[in-house]
Design a protein around this ligand. Structure first.
Ligand code: ATP
Ligand code: MG
Length: 309
């Protein structure tokens, strides 16, 4: 088993049925104790990710959807920033989902996510996602009332129905070649407090402080229950969750990067091969570039553009 597989396997949840958050330690760093070694591994993963992304883009068939969910100050933004530092921005889009706008509330809750799905060959990153619909919306019933779902459809089964719909939606995406990997950055309540205090104490972090985040902290246990249930009902082989220890940012980043590399490796991506019929066109193009051919006007031009498949 490679070091990467060893690292990611223990945090991957393929079958949600027996998932319990209490079995996951936010402070774990697995078998790794040296930050320096972790940094080396992260750099290797980032380089490998860049190579794999190139192939993903060239092949233009699969796409990868990475969903990041977490409580405030768990390090979503910085994990995204570090992990994606090596990828080509042309093939990667990040979408942050905030409180829905009035236009978004005029639609079903998947609508705004749907239009941000990655195109073939691309990587899409969701910084928060439709999962908020079974998290913040569940923790705050007044948010659900604001969604204007017809009251006869809002029953005690609503969360179970949303889990089923999300599961079906993800199955649909995976059957269309969109690979989904979901990351829950699991920070402890103690570490969150420390990070909030740093935001108050350090002037360059003041801008990150939000009193609303401190208010949300009051609902900690409700969020934990909501996350546990969401993961229980939506972790499956095609769309696994990674429950990543988030008390040590260096470790979080490494596990996220490793999980992405592992996912792309599984696709056995390769650059498209040029079919035999096209090779002639390539040699003609080479001769023309090297000035070995007769004037272009003398040659019968190919009406088709040169496509390297
Ligand atoms: P950061 O604080 O690092 O900028 P963030 O993701 O916390 O990132 P905020 O603007 O602070 O961004 O918060 C976004 C808020 O939007 C969160 O409180 C989240 O719960 C809320 N939100 C996201 N999706 C929905 C939704 N579908 N319905 C209601 N609230 C939502
Ligand atoms: Mg926030």
């Amino acid at each position: 088993m490679s070091e990467i597989t060893k690292l990611t396997k223990q945090f991957r949840v393929d079958h949600g049925k027996d998932f319990r958050l209490k079995d996951h330690d936010p402070a774990s760093t697995a078998h790794l104790h040296s930050k320096e070694h972790a940094k080396e591994l992260l750099n290797e993963s980032i380089l490998r990710m860049a190579e794999l992304q190139n192939k993903l883009y060239a092949q233009d068939q699969w796409s990868l959807l990475l969903i990041f969910q977490a409580l405030d100050a768990a390090g979503k933004d910085s994990a995204i920033k570090h992990v994606m530092s090596g990828v080509n921005p042309q093939g990667c889009q990040v979408s942050a989902f905030k409180v829905p706008s009035s236009e978004e509330l005029d639609h079903d809750y998947l609508w705004r996510n749907m239009v941000r799905l990655p195109a073939r060959g691309h990587i899409g990153i969701f910084n928060r996602s439709y999962y908020e619909e079974v998290l913040v919306v569940r923790v705050h019933p007044e948010v659900l009332r604001g969604e204007r779902v017809p009251p006869s459809l809002v029953t005690k089964h609503i969360w179970k129905e949303r889990f089923e719909d999300i599961h079906a939606f993800e199955r649909y995406l995976s059957r269309n070649g969109i690979l989904i990997r979901k990351f829950f950055l699991n920070v402890s309540k103690k570490e969150q407090k420390k990070r909030f205090l740093e935001r108050l104490d350090e002037p360059e972090k003041n801008w990150k402080f939000s009193a609303a985040d401190v208010h949300e902290r009051g609902y900690w246990d409700d969020y934990m229950t909501a996350y546990e249930e969401a993961i229980c009902h939506t972790a499956c082989k095609q769309a696994p969750w990674y429950v990543i220890p988030a008390d040590n940012k260096w470790f979080t980043r490494l596990v996220v990067a490793s999980a992405i590399v592992e996912t792309l490796e599984e696709l056995k991506l390769h650059y498209p091969k040029v079919p035999a019929a096209k090779r002639g066109e390539l040699s003609a193009a080479r001769e023309s570039l090297e000035g070995k051919t007769a004037k272009s006007s003398d040659r019968k031009r190919s009406s088709r553009p040169l496509v390297i498949e």
